[in-house]
Write a protein that binds this ligand. Structure first.
Ligand code: SF4
Length: 413
């Protein structure tokens, strides 16, 4: 067997924003090929759609060496492992896509990670995860959450935008099976497609009896290329035309996203429907992440005490901890973060000038905290402003725009 995917463990470039930046992918490229999938064009998936397979033995050895020999295993990935930071299994591709039936790389890796009860958040759209072989392994680790993504619960809508992945009806049965077997499950309503997905009450009611504890919610990000498959498929839907309205959208990288003021109403409605049905709500739309019930926004894993060790050295955590108060760097400055070089995990367009030959996560977060026009600056959160104040160390101090607090129903302390 030739294992040809050499980057299965990495830190995502969202590390200044995301509570789960440590990712594990056993395959490069994903056979489900969802038309909206951001991962199809990232993480080395650009050049070829050819499936590449990671070596389970290399992944397991990396964990074993990082844990057993910390003095000689000092890279940022090893640092995340040594601190038992939850790993996002399936950040760029589905670990249980059809190839897994043949290669069983995810199974082998899971067997090892479950043996050491490593905290794992799995993202999948596959039914394979409920196969008895996998179920037994998952049940052996109390520190697992399995997330399932939907654009809609209606099979006919799913056929439009994700025709090659498992249909929603089957996925719902898979969630029920896992839940009945005491495996924690969560829903990702990602993407919610305005005018194409069903209404909020219909979706939340539909998933509320499956046993999942949480709904993570995020609006669709449209590819900028107007001839993209997704545009063609959904063009006939009237409401989707909002993505053509320049006053209501902005360009974020290679995607057209709705401005936050056009996302808040739906996010708050999902939150309210979740609470009616005793579910937890997480907002994965970056600018309004703070609407989440928990601090680890889209996955909501910190709902469980054993997942409280999520990554907190982020803008999001600083903002979330400072609802209605001044937002200071000191809120996060002593949170754990790796000390090694992060450069190789960042694409060349986003790299900052190296300090002492390389950059650490600390260099990046300080740069992004201070640089107001940075894509990841605290002012990128809706309602957060900078009025010129600095703390005693020279760090910018941010504030909430009081005029907006009622509009966004800011959950102040
Ligand atoms: S299943 Fe997930 S990783 Fe695979 S194409 Fe769809 S959205 Fe992307």
């Amino acid at each position: 067997m030739k294992y040809d995917y050499n980057n299965p463990l990495s830190i995502t470039s969202q590390f200044t924003f995301c509570g789960l930046p440590f990712r594990l992918d056993t395959y490069a490229s994903c056979a489900f090929n969802c038309s909206y999938c951001f991962a199809r064009l990232r993480g080395g998936n650009i050049a070829s759609k050819k499936l590449r397979v990671a070596s389970p033995y290399s992944i397991i050895t990396r964990f074993k060496n990082s844990i057993g020999f910390p003095e000689t295993n000092t890279g940022v990935v090893s640092e995340f492992i040594q601190n038992r930071m939850p790993v996002h299994f399936g950040g760029m591709s589905d670990p249980f896509q059809p190839a897994e039936k043949h290669y069983q790389v995810s199974l082998k890796v899971l067997e090892y990670l479950c043996k050491i009860e490593y905290p794992i958040v799995i993202s999948t759209k596959s039914t394979l995860v409920s196969d008895p072989l996998y179920l037994k392994v998952l049940q052996s680790n109390p520190n697992i959450v399995v997330q399932f993504s939907f654009s809609s619960l209606r099979d006919e809508v799913s056929m439009l935008v994700e025709p090659y992945s498992t249909n929603p009806s089957e996925l719902q049965r898979t969630i029920e099976t896992l839940s009945k077997n005491n495996i924690r499950t969560a829903i990702r309503w990602q993407p919610y497609i305005v005018g194409v997905s069903e209404s909020v009450p219909e979706f939340v009611k539909g998933v509320s009896s499956l046993g999942a504890f949480h709904i993570g919610f995020e609006h669709l990000k449209m590819p900028v290329e107007k001839n993209a498959h997704l545009w063609k498929k959904v063009n006939e839907y009237k409401d989707i035309q909002i993505y053509k309205d320049k006053a209501k959208t902005k360009i974020d990288g290679r995607e057209i996203v709705l401005k936050p003021e056009y996302k808040i109403a739906a996010a708050l409605e999902v939150k309210s429907e979740c609470h009616k049905r005793s579910m937890n709500f997480g907002c994965a739309d970056n600018e309004i992440q703070y609407l989440s019930d928990n601090s680890c926004c889209c996955s909501g894993i910190d709902y469980f005490p054993e997942h409280s060790n999520f990554y907190k050295y982020t803008m999001s955590y600083a903002v979330k901890c400072s609802m209605g108060e001044k937002i200071k760097f000191s809120t996060i400055s002593s949170e754990w973060h790796p000390k090694g070089s992060i450069d190789k995990h960042i694409n060349s367009d986003s790299r900052i000038t190296a300090v002492n030959g390389h950059n650490t996560v600390s260099n990046y977060i300080v740069d992004r905290w201070q640089r107001l026009n940075s894509r990841f600056n605290p002012t990128s959160f809706y309602g957060v402003e900078y009025y010129g104040e600095k703390d005693q160390h020279g760090f910018n101090v941010y504030e909430w725009n009081n005029g907006l607090i009622d509009v966004i129903k800011l959950p102040c302390k």
